[in-house]
Design a protein around this ligand. Structure first.
Ligand SMILES: CC(C)(COP(=O)(O)OP(=O)(O)OC[C@H]1O[C@@H](n2cnc3c(N)ncnc32)[C@H](O)[C@@H]1OP(=O)(O)O)[C@@H](O)C(=O)NCCC(=O)NCCS
Length: 270
């Protein structure tokens, strides 16, 4: 099926509680009507289970970083909202339908998702679980932008892995400041870092959600540019020492690129 036909069928969804919905910016214009899915409505139960299977699929299952169903309710839906795009069943490929175990389900199918929860800092959210089953068409970028606009977020913190191409998505929202290098409390501590983004204005987020802007406005921090190889322990040591001594480090666009040996990140040290 042609991509533009599929794209035209994408419906934005917000999965949350009826009580939470009142605190979200559901009136924003993301280019098409937003569908509110209340978790307390039993008719959405199968959608939630499919969304959870999609998360497991994207994050390597329960033994890796896949979210158990109860965590999805307790830590994502109840404190915040899971936000993404869904497609009518007929527009989902046979491969994805099999992977998500759709069987005879005929409702809308979630094909992307992002969740971020409020933090103790006003308008700062902690983001996790970004995924997209429609690679390379800008869906992850649009999903994250839409969610951040609906939360009314101005800052975002998150954790990712040096080798994760999702860095190319995150860096579109601004320079990613590395705030914790290799956090010890993580399933993949050696590969991970904590980052912070000061987000573009809501108008820009909405343009990104509509797909009209690919990048948010972002100033490049002043400092020394560095092509960082995460497989090089000398480089990892240099980054750790720089942060330990009070220096700052940002990942700047394009952020991440694959190499023959692994990957490289574009950093600025300040
Ligand atoms: C990473 C992921 C979210 C990207 O979704 P997507 O819909 O393909 O993302 P977009 O189309 O918005 O892509 C944005 C950029 O990322 C790049 N990208 C995405 N996946 C890539 C890959 N596997 N290899 C190289 N680049 C990739 C795209 O090429 C694009 O960059 P460019 O236009 O500057 O070249 C998706 O592959 C996924 O769900 N991965 C598994 C879950 C995961 O790791 N999530 C991230 C948690 S931090």
């Amino acid at each position: 099926m042609k991509q533009d036909l599929i794209d035209a069928q994408l419906v934005p969804y917000v999965l949350t509680t009826g009580a939470n919905a009142r605190h979200l910016h559901l009136e924003v214009d993301v280019g098409r009507p937003i569908e509110l899915l209340r978790v307390e409505d039993e008719r959405n139960a199968e959608f939630c289970k499919i969304l959870n299977r999609g998360n497991q699929l994207a994050f390597g299952g329960a033994d890796s970083m896949g979210m158990p169903l109860w965590v999805m309710l307790d830590c994502a839906i109840l404190p915040s909202a899971m936000i993404g795009y869904m497609l009518p069943r007929a527009f989902v490929s046979d491969t994805l339908a099999a992977q998500l175990e759709l069987d005879d389900y005929q409702g809308y199918v979630p094909v992307s998702e992002y969740c971020a929860c409020p933090t103790v800092e006003d308008k700062c959210v902690s983001g996790f679980s970004l995924h997209s089953h429609m690679s390379g068409q800008g869906i992850a970028t649009r999903t994250k932008a839409m969610a951040l606009a609906i939360y009314g977020a101005r800052h975002q913190i998150g954790v990712t892995q040096f080798y994760n191409p999702a860095i190319r998505v995150h860096v579109r929202f601004g320079a990613m400041e590395i705030t914790i290098h290799r956090p010890t409390v993580h399933t993949y501590a050696e590969d991970s870092f904590v980052y912070r983004l000061d987000l573009p204005p809501e108008e820009t987020l909405l343009n990104m959600a509509r797909g009209t802007d690919v990048f948010g406005l972002s100033e490049i921090p002043e400092g020394v540019r560095w092509t960082f190889d995460p497989d090089n322990e000398v480089s990892q040591g240099r980054l750790a020492a720089h942060l330990h001594e009070g220096g700052r480090a940002w990942i700047i666009a394009p952020g991440w690129r694959a190499t023959e040996e692994g990957c490289q990140l574009t950093l600025v040290l300040g």
